[in-house]
Ligand binder design. Structure first.
Ligand code: ADP
Ligand code: ADP
Ligand code: ZN
Length: 213
């Protein structure tokens, strides 16, 4: 099963993708997580990606596509995966589509997690993540058991550099200009599914499970 998660930054794609990955036993592939791991490890890729991420801009397609295709070519992705944060532009979606077509394969579901802009800034300003295991929390909606501490591994939670209000506004603008057109792209392919992302994360997940079966 090959799944693409669509939705604005902060819509809950990562939260849902992690739950899907756990339930269906497929890897959660997040280009943002791959970039952040590279930044943490001080790689050349990380340095280049960071210069774009800090502005709330997209990392260039060529670089991003290369990273993603490398990742999905690994053995653990053979029976499927859930893509979170990729594709983010029409050219990225076209390359993915062409690569899958070569393998006689396709995306089975594109799940659009729908959350209006008004809710997004609040979601992102309250987001905290675990630098050690990647778990995500929200200080109000999905708080850890102990404030500032990861439930899963005990590490101190951090706020992402790009979750500051000014950067968030730019990311939303970039989303509307470059990523939202993917809703139409996957609609035309007949694989688009919309879910209401404004409800509780367990409710969003229940709606997704209904779709995936
Ligand atoms: P969010 O879902 O909250 O927007 P991500 O972790 O998906 O966060 O992305 C963080 C940043 O990483 C983006 O703002 C962008 O700079 C970069 N990025 C992630 N995925 C892509 C992609 N597919 N294409 C270009 N840039 C990307
Ligand atoms: P994305 O990957 O789309 O950028 P995340 O999954 O990281 O989004 O979620 C953004 C923030 O909103 C996080 O702090 C997360 O804990 C919180 N969140 C996720 N889903 C919900 C929900 N259904 N209701 C309220 N907050 C949520
Ligand atoms: Zn953790």
């Amino acid at each position: 099963m090959k799944i693409v998660m669509l939705g604005a930054p902060g819509a809950g794609k990562g939260t849902q993708a992690k739950m899907i990955a756990a339930k269906y036993g497929i890897p959660h592939v997040s280009t943002g997580d791959i970039f952040r791991a590279n930044i943490k490890n001080g790689t050349e890729l990380g340095k280049e990606a960071k210069s774009y991420m800090d502005k709330g801009a997209l990392v260039p397609d060529e670089l991003t596509v290369r990273i993603l295709l490398d990742r999905v070519a690994q053995d653990d992705c053979a029976k499927g995966y859930v893509l979170d944060g990729f594709p983010r532009t029409i050219p990225q979606a076209e390359v993915l589509d062409a690569e899958l077509t070569k393998l006689n394969d396709k995306i089975d579901f594109a799940i659009n997690v729908d959350v209006p802009d008004e809710n997004i800034v609040r979601r992102m300003s309250g987001r905290r993540s675990c630098p050690s295991c990647g778990a995500t929390y929200h200080i109000v909606h999905i708080p850890p058991k102990q404030e500032g501490v990861c439930d899963k591994c005990g590490a101190a939670l951090v706020q992402r550099d790009d979750d500051k209000e000014e950067t968030v506004k730019n990311r939303l603008k970039v989303y509307h200009e470059q990523t939202q057109p993917l809703i139409d792209f996957y609609e035309k392919k007949g694989v688009l599914q919309n879910v209401d992302g404004t409800v509780d994360s367990e409710e969003v997940f229940a709606a997704i499970v209904k779709i995936l079966g």
